[in-house]
Design a protein around this ligand. Structure first.
Ligand code: IMP
Length: 197
């Protein structure tokens, strides 16, 4: 296996994964290399469901092993919400700020010891032989207010366990190392490495 297609148009994700997989001699293509592919609607009720839907579609259309990921923020006090709906928590065309404001509103009055949460990423990989999923979790807490201006999404209110800074205050390399997505990709990388040795 020397070519994989990433089911994503996110240039940061493509760049990061391309350099991760290069030492294994794997070339990473993306949906930019297949302009006829449609946008996949993420309408499943789980992260696993959405990740598999995207990877299956790209595999079926290109015939190449396909990789995709889906991420959600799961807040304990909200019984795991917004979860799979994290991107559109405050509505279909919600901005990152709208979603973040809604989260702080919903958690108003919740004490700091009850503000536990986790980011969870599921990476799906579909090959001619089988389908595989890899999960990465990063536990932390939702702060009372925003801190920092790096990162994206819910980063300014998420403080990972073991750190004083939020994801928006940590440098990118540190975030990538400890993050949900970083951990899921690491699991995928270790598995790929074991396959090729
Ligand atoms: P996606 O599956 O990577 O598109 O992520 C879905 C949504 O989860 C995004 O729109 C963001 O709101 C949120 N999200 C995903 N990853 C992160 C992250 O690393 N930090 C903050 N928010 C994130």
């Amino acid at each position: 296996m020397d070519t994989i297609v990433l089911a994503s148009r996110n240039k940061d994700k493509i760049k990061e994964l391309r350099s991760t997989l290069a030492p294994l001699g794997i070339e990473l293509k993306s949906t930019y290399d297949f302009p006829n592919l449609d946008e996949v609607i993420e309408d499943r009720e789980t992260l696993e469901g959405n990740a598999l839907k995207k990877a299956r579609y790209v595999f079926e259309e290109t015939g190449l092993p396909a990789l995709s990921d889906d991420t959600g923020l799961e807040v304990d006090a909200l019984d795991g919400r917004p979860g799979v709906y994290s991107a559109r928590y405050a509505g279909e065309s919600a901005t990152y700020q709208d979603n973040l404001d809604k989260l702080l509103d919903e958690l108003a009055g919740v004490d700091s010891e009850d503000r536990g949460a986790q980011f969870r990423t599921v990476v799906a990989f579909v090959t001619p032989e089988d389908t595989y999923t890899f999960e990465g979790i990063c536990r932390g807490e939702i702060l009372m207010e925003e801190r920092g201006d790096g990162g994206f999404g819910y980063d300014p209110v998420f403080r990972p366990i073991g750190f004083d800074q939020t994801f928006a205050e940590l440098d990118e390399a540190t975030k990538n190392e400890i993050s949900h997505r970083g951990k899921a990709i690491q699991k995928f990388y270790d598995w790929m490495k074991a396959q090729s040795s």
